[in-house]
Design a protein around this ligand. Structure first.
Ligand code: P6P
Length: 337
């Protein structure tokens, strides 16, 4: 790409800020922190096999899951970068049970929810992983920061995105004006605009679900999966990487549907609402796709607690609609009970 055609993430952030007369640069500073954290985590992910940061670090996270060394490292990197912006009062992280209150920042504008390293079970086997972020504005920055302020619906997000440590490293995000993808140029150490204005196809031929759970799915989900594998559907191609960002990104660009539904053992599914489902739903809808928990839009769900789980059907609009024809009301977890 000729030098004259390169748009770096930094330039894009500056250009975007210029479009909003009232912008004071605070959100731009948050994005720059996320960009820096992404570059540092990328550096560590790319050399994980060479230094002692593979494997488990011997602790468990708030959900009782073994923490990988890179999980903890990524979490510390993102929290440190966000805390130093002076723009963030609270951080929600998959790796922290409670709200992380940023010291000396009680009256700042933003709340950031992160999954610092999603897909961590794949780290040691060199399968793609990623970091997810979701940014909210505080409704009243004059008050003392508190947990209740964090429990906003996904419709309140001011920005969301992910960093995908795949065959290349990409940062994909939205501020509500479409979805743009930036690829890290290793030599320049700059994220460069590579996927402007991403629009996900309305239809596709890919479905992503962990069929190992088939017997524990509801009858509606089973019938939908049977449809995906039928001659009527084509059948669709089954693609399941086991890292949501990788599965989501594949379906976003090529057209398809990613499904992580409730099961008899876990009626609300496995994925977390605040820092997995909501940010991906924002991106999906901004790219022309859809995201539902089985009845309504994911982003309408009122969170009741930080690490709340919810079922997720996300991807190409027509494919999500078709999935919903198979998923009757009693099939989906009764989230709001
Ligand atoms: P399963 C990774 O740990 C993750 O949170 C998501 O990235 C991924 O989609 C899901 O879990 C995979 O879960 O139970 O299908 O292996």
């Amino acid at each position: 790409m000729p030098q004259s055609e390169i748009t770096t993430l930094e330039q894009f952030i500056v250009d975007q800020q210029a479009l909003h007369a009232q912008a004071d640069g605070s959100l731009s500073r948050v994005f720059r922190a996320i960009e820096l954290a992404a570059k540092i985590v990328n550096r560590d992910v790319r050399k994980a096999g060479l230094i002692d940061i593979l494997g488990q670090d011997g602790s468990v996270n708030t959900h009782g899951e073994d923490q990988q060394k890179l999980d903890v490292l990524a979490n510390n990197i993102f929290i440190s970068a966000l805390s130093r912006t002076g723009e963030v009062s609270m951080i929600i992280s998959e790796e922290n049970e409670g709200v992380v209150y940023v010291e000396g920042c009680d009256h700042e504008k933003y709340i950031v929810a992160i999954d610092p390293l999603d897909g961590s079970s794949n780290i040691d086997v060199n399968v793609s992983i990623g970091s997810i972020f979701s940014i909210y504005k505080r409704q009243n920055a004059e008050q003392s920061p508190n947990l209740q302020e964090c429990l906003q619906t996904g419709n309140e997000q001011v920005a969301a995105g992910y960093v995908f440590y795949g065959s290349s490293t990409m940062l994909v995000y939205t501020t509500g004006q479409g979805v743009n993808g930036f690829t890290l140029d290793d030599a320049l150490q700059e994220f460069c605009l590579s996927h402007p204005n991403i629009q996900t196809p309305s239809n596709g031929k890919i479905f992503s679900v962990n069929e190992g759970n088939y017997n524990d799915f509801s009858e509606g989900v089973k019938s939908y999966i049977d449809y995906c594998k039928s001659n009527e559907a084509g059948p669709y191609k089954a693609r399941y990487i086991g890292s949501m960002i990788a599965d989501f990104h594949l379906n976003l660009l090529k057209g398809g549907v990613f499904v992580d539904p409730g099961t008899t053992g876990s009626p609300s599914g496995k994925l977390r609402l605040m820092y997995e489902c909501n940010p991906m739903a924002f991106l999906a809808e901004q790219a022309g796709g859809k995201a539902t928990y089985g009845e309504g839009s994911i982003m309408e769900l009122q969170p009741k607690e930080l690490h709340q789980r919810c079922p997720l059907f996300i991807g190409s609009a027509n494919m999500v609609d078709l999935a919903m024809h198979y998923i009757s009301e009693e099939d989906t977890a009764i989230i709001n009970r």
